[in-house]
Design a protein around this ligand. Structure first.
Ligand code: SF4
Length: 217
């Protein structure tokens, strides 16, 4: 049975996505292949980060009684998540995988009950060239593409990507501000100017309910 390196697990509310505000179990996997300029979970990819090794039974036991399960990181797709996804979905959970967009989602695409919230990293992140663009072929209605923007140039690039891959007709599309770098108001103004229908501004609920640095919430 696969053992997964987990740096934290907790029950909270979903801060993002179309199930924002609902209860969810969060399982945060150790390690990340990217180094985004604005990363607020650097500690999760630190080689020395303390972690526990959990198998899919342990994760299912922890998730008992909560339907939504979010697998996050770091970058969770650096692990082979097949086993834990099949087991969680088999027990009636809805599994959302928060992925940074640099790893192929194809291997897990056909597991019934799995959806993806996939980032497209924009220029301010310094990581845009790492995106696995093939993933756009595999997205479906239950998935979300999230653009975390730190500048107007980022929003302009996001708009190009939305058009290029016809994202608003394929999946949910969210804009989210890099905390402290661009205001929500600037994003709304951009959406108004560009007449961006079917794109949603999203503010991370956790940063408003708890302090921005709080972990395990
Ligand atoms: S992908 Fe996520 S965890 Fe990895 S460096 Fe970027 S923001 Fe941090």
């Amino acid at each position: 049975m696969t053992k997964y390196p987990v740096v934290e697990k907790f029950v909270s509310i979903n801060g993002e996505g179309f199930r924002a505000g609902e209860l969810a179990v969060f399982v945060r996997f150790k390690g990340c292949n990217l180094r985004c300029s604005y990363c607020d979970t650097k500690w999760a990819y630190d080689n020395n980060a303390p972690c526990e090794y959990l198998d899919s039974n342990d994760i299912c036991d922890f998730a008992e009684g909560i339907v939504n399960v979010t697998l996050t990181g770091g970058e969770p797709m650096l692990q082979d998540l097949t086993e834990v996804c099949i087991q969680l979905c088999g027990r009636g959970h809805r599994v959302e995988i928060e992925t940074n967009g640099s790893v192929s989602i194809a291997p897990l695409r056909d597991i019934d009950g799995v959806s993806f919230t996939m980032d497209h990293k924009l220029p301010a992140s310094g990581m845009e060239d790492k995106m696995c663009l093939e993933n756009y072929k595999y997205l479906c209605r239950s998935d979300t593409v999230k653009f975390v923007a730190g500048s107007i140039a980022d929003l302009e690039r996001a708009h190009e990507i939305i058009n290029k891959y016809d994202l608003t007709n394929t999946c949910h599309v969210y804009f989210s501000p890099v905390f402290g770098q661009i205001t929500a108001e600037e994003i709304v103004d951009f959406m108004k100017e560009r007449r961006l229908n079917d794109v949603r501004l999203q503010l991370q609920l956790h940063k408003y309910i708890w302090s921005p640095e709080e972990r395990g919430v």
